[in-house]
Design a protein around this ligand. Structure first.
Ligand SMILES: Nc1nc2c(ncn2[C@@H]2O[C@H](COP(=O)(O)OP(=O)(O)OP(=O)(O)O)[C@@H](O)[C@H]2O)c(=O)[nH]1
Ligand SMILES: [Zn+2]
Length: 259
């Protein structure tokens, strides 16, 4: 039997254990047998790639907003290091520059070449971690690496069109042999920002949260208002411009009736 996460969400609305990122992604389905409803998340780990396929920073920012909204620490792991040329290596350095100062762990690994994986195991050890990421970034490959006996299906992304079929259809929870649990979610193309209003969105950008108390207006939207500390910080290079653009983009996609 399967239930959609949305359905489960209303069913268990009173439970404090619903601090899942899972609940925000209404297209994800998961199987009840794996008892994901009983899991508390310690952290969320986004698998990303800078090539074949390329994960956009906008997508990463959506993932981070959802993690912040549910108070779950987030880790960004770029896989397929073996494929990176100078251009993509520069992108990785940029990602570190953007995300590390605002509190997120950023790692570069290659599952294929077995580099960086010890760090990831150390991060996962004794924690319950939600694995997330676009289809094709290597989540199944990673789980196969940890549990060789499972032999999950992985999909070739040669000739990647961005429209391939997902190979992981259900969220599943695995006990890690070295302690801890991982929840694997289906590859997702678009992450909806559910239950975040336009007014509260800036709270989920830690670097905005840090300065927004200084805005002239309490209800500042950080758009064109005078005396906006967020825009000042963007102009001063304290808040990265890419992040501010993500704020604007995500804000635009939030349907806010009170606005
Ligand atoms: N070059 C390279 N390819 C990799 C690496 N890790 C995984 N791949 C390949 O990337 C492709 C997609 O990997 P999957 O593990 O199926 O991706 P996934 O994230 O599980 O995708 P979904 O199940 O659709 O969500 C496969 O062909 C893997 O062999 C890596 O480190 N380097
Ligand atoms: Zn402001």
């Amino acid at each position: 039997m399967t239930l959609t996460v949305r359905a489960m969400r209303s069913q268990f609305a009173a439970s404090s254990q619903l601090a899942y990122i899972l609940e925000t992604a209404h297209t994800w389905a998961l199987s009840v047998q794996h008892h994901i409803v009983a899991a508390n998340l310690d952290q969320s780990l986004l698998f990303a790639t800078l090539r074949d396929p390329k994960t956009s920073f906008g997508f990463i920012d959506r993932f981070l907003v959802i993690s912040e909204a549910y108070h779950v620490p987030a880790i960004i792991v770029f896989n397929k290091a073996d494929l990176l040329r100078n251009k993509e290596l520069a992108q990785f350095e940029l990602a570190k520059q953007i995300y590390e100062p605002i509190g997120y762990t950023v790692k570069l690994i290659s599952i294929e070449k077995n580099t960086g994986l010890d760090d990831i195991q150390a991060i996962l050890k004794d924690k319950t971690t939600l694995l997330s990421g676009h289809s094709g970034v290597g989540k199944s490959t990673f789980i196969n690496y940890i549990f060789p006996e499972l032999k999950l299906r992985t999909k070739e992304v040669s000739g990647w069109s961005g429209k391939g079929m997902h190979t992981t259809t259900f969220a599943e929870m695995f006990d890690l042999p070295f302690g801890g649990k991982i929840i694997d979610t289906p590859g997702i193309r678009e992450m909806g920002i559910v239950d975040v209003s336009r007014q509260e969105l800036a709270h989920y950008f830690p670097e905005m949260r840090a300065v927004m108390g200084e805005c002239q207006f309490n209800d500042c939207n950080h758009l064109e208002e005078p005396g906006c500390a967020v825009k000042d910080a963007v102009n001063a290079g304290i808040i990265h411009h890419e992040r501010y653009l993500s704020y604007l983009n995500i804000r635009d996609t939030i349907d806010d009736k009170s606005y």
